[in-house]
Design a binder for this molecule. Sequence first.
Ligand code: NAD
Length: 263
Amino acid sequence: MGDSALSAILKIAVAGAAGRMGQAVAATLRAQGMEPVALFDRPGAEAPGLVDVEQALGMADVVIDFTSAAASAELAARAALRGGPALVIGSTGFNPGQIDAVAAAAGKIAIVRAGNFSLGVNMLLGLVAQAARALAASDYDIEVFEAHHRRKVDAPSGTALMLGEAAARGRGVALDAVAKRARDGITGERTCGDIGFSVMRGGGIVGEHSVTFASDEEILTLSHSARDRGLFARGAVAAARWVAGRPAGEYDMVDVLGMPKQG
Ligand code: NAD
């Protein structure tokens, strides 16, 4: 079936439709000639045309969900209980219990969950793993920096944590064992092999990320700058087209983009 025929019949609902990303997703769908089949948000949210969550789930083949980790974990369980629809989850800030809830739901339905839907960031993840593999911890300190708008509620960002994971994977270590997520006061000297995180919040910054490899003699910085949240919306819509009709399972943007899995 051609792409346009698929678009014509694919029914996509938008969760968090009153939010920044929800609005960007609805606008992207319309720009691609696909009217969202349903828009929903939390009870009491104000935006035109919102329906109840159960009504939306009953109408959609795929739900694109940028809400919060708690809301997404709950939505995944609810969709799994009904046997569908498929989900594309963009929310970030998941705790281990919420990650487990999404994984359990993925036993019943197809779910794409990604902390970042941009092609550039997914390229960056591979480059960071490659650099971390090549640049020895004894010589190169790794620091991840991220900056976002003043309304973001989780830190470090999902993308910063994915970049940290990529660097740790490149070095063959577990991120939890080496992550230094905050520094304040008399911290002592930097521990060799740490992967440090720093965070800035302000204004309307859409998303800045960099990974620095600092030795005594040189500094290599790999960075990504998101200029418009339509970027993430377009990636999420591509993921929705990809996941429709797939077997149950948890997928990520590496699967959607057909990139080789990093070992
Ligand atoms: P936002 O606060 O503008 O919007 C979130 C919306 O979700 C709000 O309208 C809120 O009312 C709604 N919501 C909350 N609980 C809900 C529930 N139980 N059911 C339905 N709707 C509910 O936030 P945003 O900037 O749009 O970001 C949303 C999420 O997406 C955040 O976790 C953010 O970090 C993440 N994000 C991910 C990417 C990515 O590429 N993966 C990109 C940007 C933002």
